[in-house]
Design a protein around this ligand. Sequence first.
Ligand code: B1M
Length: 211
Amino acid sequence: MDLSRISETLISGKADELKKMVEEAVNDDVNPSDILNQGLLPGMDAVGQKWKAGDMFMPEVLRCAKAMSSAMDYLRPKLKDDDIGNAGTMVIGTVAGDLHDIGKDLVAMMFEGAGYKVINLGIDQSNENFINAVKEHKPKLLGMSALLTTTMPRMGEVINSLKEAGIRDQVTVIIGGAPVTDDFAKEIGADLYGPNAGTAVGIAREYFQKK
Ligand code: B1M
């Protein structure tokens, strides 16, 4: 099977068709890792690029992310452990007191699409939960999302707790959410600021390439 067809179907956001194609490829004995690396990931990459360029809008991106997610639900058990997460592990959550998760989940899906093993803690995560998750999963990236001006300070508190626990230099911190800015990220000592899900993946990639 020509795996670029999988990329194209993903870009078109047709979840049922995509899942059928992925199943067909598996039944045709195509290596699941090739389906991921040569079909799904380039497709999701293209979605990110299109979004960044303004050629795709939020509802379309959400549709693609959902199609990716449902294809991954089918493919994940068929992949070897090292096929998933070969870009690294990301722990992500919405900070304490904040119940918004639409943008955060989109960011999580985009990172999963980019080959990260994503541990999505969910909403309203206490500072302690973030620290425990970093200790437990030793992620390459810690992502925090906040949509309320009143909950933004929790991000700085988590970073301070990482310092107190002596693990700040073991993880790259990326933050985002509608009221969050690049200046705020610098102010609280985050490594990266992601203005939106599409660019966040590219920003992280560029950062690790330079490192
Ligand atoms: Co709320 N809410 N809300 N809300 N809500 C906002 C954020 C608000 C701006 C609306 C307004 O007044 N105009 C306002 C905040 C004002 C402020 O703080 N300055 C607000 C308020 C006040 C509230 C309540 C207090 C309302 C009330 O009860 N009186 C309450 C608070 C609850 C709480 O959290 N404790 C509340 C509740 C809710 C709902 C539960 C009803 C619902 C959330 C449902 C859910 O998430 N499951 C909700 C919604 C939907 C919104 C708006 C309308 C939309 C948010 C959204 O999903 N956007 C929002 C208004 C707005 O933003 N225009 C609003 C779409 C999403 C794709 O974008 O989340 O920005 P966004 O994510 C983007 C980027 O920000 C970025 O990438 C994403 C994709 O591009 N990004 C990251 C996000 N996280 C990132 C992390 C990264 C990198 C990038 O790295 C880790």
